[in-house]
Design a protein around this ligand. Structure first.
Ligand code: GDP
Length: 421
């Protein structure tokens, strides 16, 4: 593998900018500027030089191969955070034949060198993307290898069960009774239970990772845009007194006590002759039905039956203008009921994340489902076929960790990583 480098901190001015170099010769590349750096994992404060010219005072560290993030020899230069310094250092490194790293290339090397498994890498990607506390908590579990640890436990059960089956196959050759020991099924049942629990926790974990969608629906002029503006405390939706102007679905992303929530302002649901508006109405309806929760907003607490799903919230808007009706009374003008509404939304959504597992990507889920599939209904199989099912389950678990079949996912996963990660 060639020697690569990249700025690991965001481009632009800052306190420090970190340039990372990875590959065999990383230490020598750093020493070219900094002079001798005898020990790994030690910080050296050095003048970085281009020939006789001093470029910067920097902290320099290097890590030996096998003891770094990428698994290769790595050097880090902690420069003063001025783009011109980074530029000069980059020119020097390029001049010495180093190549600028692609997005996610350091992490890709960490994977190829066995420093991280695929599930950990997905977790790391989620951690870098995390916007809310719940997302951070979930991502740090995956990035820290929780799924890998569970998978290793499951694999250990499989190996034990497989060995027991194999030994009964061997006996069969010697015409010793070829009953599969009961312990095999005890082990496999335990495994299926563990898989079921993780699979069952997927929808909740995926919701945490991707965030919830909450649609505000109601007739034109019910005050949907005003409500969203009130929540945003800034203008994100067009508020107008002419009915039917909100044709596009407007999204507001919220951090609701740690949950990522996207509020959708849908077009007013009403019958209309206007083709463009009708399209908007149809799209709004579909999107609203697909959302995790709907807020039915109207002046009198009425709802659209065909868009109502159990657990939805009924809100009566414009409470400052009175009018009686059912549902939670709110006013986007005075702010009445808004905090209560947010608390209600949070309660309903947080109910849905209890029991969240650490599996939050469909790729991971598919591997778990495949493994489970291989392990049910085996009671009457002859030992040879049983052993084959167990092998298949092990292959699925290997896929989960990317030990096999990772190539097709790597490009997709790393495309969302930054340069320098
Ligand atoms: P949308 O079509 O459902 O998005 O409704 P808008 O948010 O555009 O509001 C329609 C009209 O109702 C506007 O004139 C708003 O100023 C008004 N409005 C919205 N919410 C309230 C409220 O809570 N109280 C009062 N008095 N007027 C409101």
């Amino acid at each position: 593998m060639d020697l690569i480098f990249a700025e690991a901190t965001p481009p632009g001015r800052g306190g420090v900018s970190v340039v990372r170099i990875s590959g065999s010769g990383a230490r020598a590349a750093a020493e070219m500027m900094a002079g001798p750096l005898p020990s790994p994992r030690q910080t050296y404060l050095r003048s970085l030089r281009d020939g006789d010219e001093v470029l910067d005072q920097a902290l320099v560290i290097w890590f030996a191969a096998g003891e770094s993030f990428t698994g290769e020899e790595v050097a880090e230069l902690h420069l003063h955070g001025a783009p011109v310094i980074v530029r000069r250092v980059a020119e020097l490194l390029r001049g010495r034949g180093l190549r600028a790293a692609e997005a996610g290339e350091f992490t890709r090397r960490a994977f190829l060198n066995g420093r991280m498994d695929l599930a950990e890498i997905e977790g790391l990607g989620d951690l870098l993307d995390a916007e809310t506390e719940a997302q951070r908590q979930l991502a740090i579990r995956s990035a820290g290898g929780e799924l890998a640890r569970k998978t290793e436990e499951w694999r250990a059960l499989l190996i034990r069960a497989g060995a027991l089956v194999e030994s009964s196959v061997d006996f069969a050759d010697e015409e010793v009774p070829d009953d599969v020991p009961d312990e095999v099924f005890v082990l496999l049942n335990q495994l299926v239970e563990g898989l079921d629990q993780e699979i069952g926790g997927f929808p909740a974990a995926e919701r945490i990772r991707k965030g919830f969608e909450v649609a505000v629906i109601g007739p034109p002029n019910a005050g949907k845009s005003s409500l969203i503006n009130r929540i945003a405390k800034r203008d994100v939706a067009l508020v107008s007194e002419i009915a039917g102007t909100t044709r596009d679905i407007i999204e507001l992303r919220l951090d609701l006590k740690g949950l990522a929530v996207t509020l959708l302002d849908t077009a007013g649901l009403r019958d209309t002759g206007d083709v463009v508006e009708q399209l908007g109405v149809e799209r709004a309806k579909q999107r609203a039905l697909a959302a995790d929760l709907r807020l039915h907003l109207s002046d009198d607490g009425s709802i659209y039956q065909d868009s109502f799903i159990d657990g939805d919230l009924i809100i009566r808007g414009k409470a400052d203008q009175a009018a009686e009706g059912k549902g939670l009374a709110i006013s986007s003008v005075t702010g009445q009921g808004i905090d209560q509404l947010l608390a209600e939304i949070f309660d309903r959504l947080s109910d849905r994340i209890s029991g969240a597992g650490v599996t939050s990507h469909e790729r991971q889920l598919n591997a778990l489902v495949d493994a489970r599939q291989a392990l049910v209904g085996l009671e009457d199989l002859p030992p040879e076929l049983l052993a084959e099912q167990i092998r298949q389950a092990a292959v699925s678990l290997d896929r989960l960790l990317g030990r096999i079949g990772a190539e097709e996912y790597l490009d997709v996963i790393f495309s969302s990583f930054c340069i320098g990660k």
